[in-house]
Design a protein around this ligand. Structure first.
Ligand code: GLU
Length: 551
């Protein structure tokens, strides 16, 4: 710890998302670092929802953020109440519910002459901007005009209901930002203008609310994304005017794709557009996106599909979208502990060769000194390798438990079709090659496809059923006869029923592969007796008959 840090028990960090959209991996990493920093020092971690932009905020998004954080194992000591979590002495933790508190500080600044009402319309401001542009100067609102209004005039206009904002009166002088990660930077005089602190709708701006809340919630350390670095200047001048304590700042590097582009929702549209083109799809499959929307989206690269629409289109055409948000990774079957481990490495390193660690280790070791200054690159291949390793290291029981939990949430229909024993044998058969908790569901969709909708991979048909001497179909017919006479439909009974045939052929594979293709549509499935047992007698025979009939 450096000398400037307060006593350990006093450390308070906060994660302060604006609840629109979903929790991005970058935000998740900020939360993780805030959590680790506070918890590793016996401090408190606060979750605060910054919903002052009413148009863009939603309750659903707030709940989504909370759920994602809890799924990652990032619990908070104070914050919105959700299923036994949250609450605390410094609430409410939604900024939209704190307007009265903010008003107190607006009044204080107004009474001291550190803030003033301004009545310029959007057109007037645009004209001021245009004039600055003509002069080739950056626009800085200085407010001579607004500040020249008499108190009576201001009163009269407010009473008349003229739209007004409150602006902070920034005093002349350079502003120095101390940052534990990036070092110090001084903004020259005039860089910060008289910015808006209360919007015409009565809500505080981000800058104002953040400063008041950080003070009232006792935040000692502000760790947030680097894009907020310059905002700190505004926060500092406000803190000084309000005689608030100054938190310690640490701005975290952004997370980029390996090619240096920003990891954003656009990446999904890009992959989806390519899949649509590659597959020669000209109209959206029914139940996905409507035709007009689809056509507009295809034509204009700047249009993005809504997340759910994009997801359903991707699913219908068999495209896999890149994960960007925490819930994408969750849906794809990544383990939360692996995500945390991997995210921590994107921007921080524990030193030495250590790469794999858990949250407890992070908590005990996280420090600002080893946070990097430059952008981190998100290496998906490495993440997948981490996930595979973690899954391989699980016991069989743990694998079954975790896949089942994933399945109940993401694939309830699939789960409802299998008995516990069938599911367990599917898990046992899939554990070794599973890179994610979702692989087993993705690769075994044939189990839940209606029998009459099953189609066959042409290559597999050619190789294993039409091909061979004699053709695989000959063995398939013989196997079908034996199966039809098998009373008991269990793995040992099925194995016993087919044994005479496999013994006479001398190669189990020559029966197993045609059977597998016939019942699953392709050449990869769990062991054949498990596959047949899971499908059941009726489905298995029906699929074999349909396959033979299709030849
Ligand atoms: N609501 C801001 C955001 O989501 C928080 C910035 C901050 O941590 O101060 O980016």
């Amino acid at each position: 710890m450096t000398a400037r840090e307060p006593t350990p028990s006093a450390v308070v960090t906060r994660f302060a998302p604006s609840p629109s959209g979903h929790l991005h991996v970058g935000g998740a990493r900020t939360a993780l670092f805030c959590w680790a920093f506070a918890k590793g020092r016996g401090g408190r971690f606060v979750l605060r929802i910054e919903d002052t932009d009413q148009k863009r905020s939603s309750d659903a998004a707030s709940i989504g953020f909370v759920k994602d954080l809890l799924w990652l194992g990032i619990g908070f000591d104070e914050g919105p109440q959700y299923e036994g979590h949250g609450g605390g002495p410094n609430g409410p933790y939604f900024q939209a519910q704190r307007l009265e508190l903010y008003q107190r500080y607006f009044d204080l600044l107004l009474s001291r002459g550190d803030a003033y009402y301004a009545f310029e319309s959007a057109d007037e401001l645009a004209a001021m901007r245009a004039r600055a542009k003509e002069r080739n100067e950056p626009f800085r609102y200085t407010g001579e005009q607004a500040r020249a209004l008499s108190a009576d005039e201001v009163k009269r206009r407010l009473a008349a209901g003229d739209p007004a904002v409150i602006r902070f009166h920034t005093r002349a002088g350079p502003i120095t930002i101390h940052d534990e990660i990036l070092g110090d930077a001084t903004l020259p005089n005039g860089e910060v203008d008289d910015f808006v602190i209360r919007k015409a709708d009565g809500f505080p701006t981000y800058h104002f609310a953040v400063v008041v809340d950080d003070e009232l919630m006792g935040v000692t350390h502000v760790l947030r994304a680097q894009e907020h670095f310059n905002n700190s200047a505004k926060h500092i001048v406000l803190q000084d005017a309000l005689r608030f304590r100054r938190p310690i700042y640490g701005h975290l590097p952004l997370i980029f794709n390996p090619d240096g582009s920003k990891m954003s929702k656009r990446d999904k549209d890009k992959v989806l557009r390519k899949a649509v083109a590659d597959k020669g799809i000209t109209a959206p499959p029914p139940g996905t996106v409507d035709l007009a929307q689809f056509t507009a989206w295809l034509k204009d690269k700047n249009i993005q599909l809504e997340l759910d629409a994009g997801q359903s289109l991707a699913q219908a055409i068999g495209a896999v979208l890149p994960e960007i948000n925490v819930d994408d990774f969750r849906r794809s079957g990544y383990l939360p502990e692996v995500i945390c481990n991997f995210l921590a490495l994107n921007g921080w390193s524990p030193g030495g060769d250590v790469e794999k660690f858990d949250r407890e280790f992070l908590k005990a070791n996280f420090d600002l000194a080893r946070v990097v200054k430059t952008a981190a690159k998100f290496d998906r291949t490495k993440l997948l390798a981490f996930n595979l390793d973690a899954i391989q290291a699980m016991s069989r029981d743990e694998f079954v438990t975790r896949v089942a939990a994933h399945g109940r949430e993401m694939h309830p229909q699939f789960m409802s079709k299998l008995t516990e024993a069938q599911f367990r044998s599917l898990c046992d058969a899939s554990h070794e090659r599973s890179k994610t908790l979702d692989d087993l569901f993705r690769t075994n969709t044939f189990l839940t496809t209606p029998d009459d909708d099953l189609s066959w991979d042409q290559k597999a048909l050619a190789k294993f059923i039409r091909g061979g001497t004699p053709a695989g179909s000959v063995h398939l017919v013989a196997a079908r006869d034996l199966l039809a006479r098998c009373d008991e439909w269990t793995v040992p009974a099925l194995e016993a029923a087919l044994k005479p045939l496999s013994d006479s052929i001398g190669n189990v594979g020559l029966i197993a592969q045609p059977l597998r293709v016939a019942v699953s549509g392709g050449s990869v499935s769990p062991p054949i007796y498990d596959t047949l047992a899971i499908l059941g007698r009726e489905s298995s025979l029906r699929r074999i008959d349909r396959c033979l009939a299709s030849l």
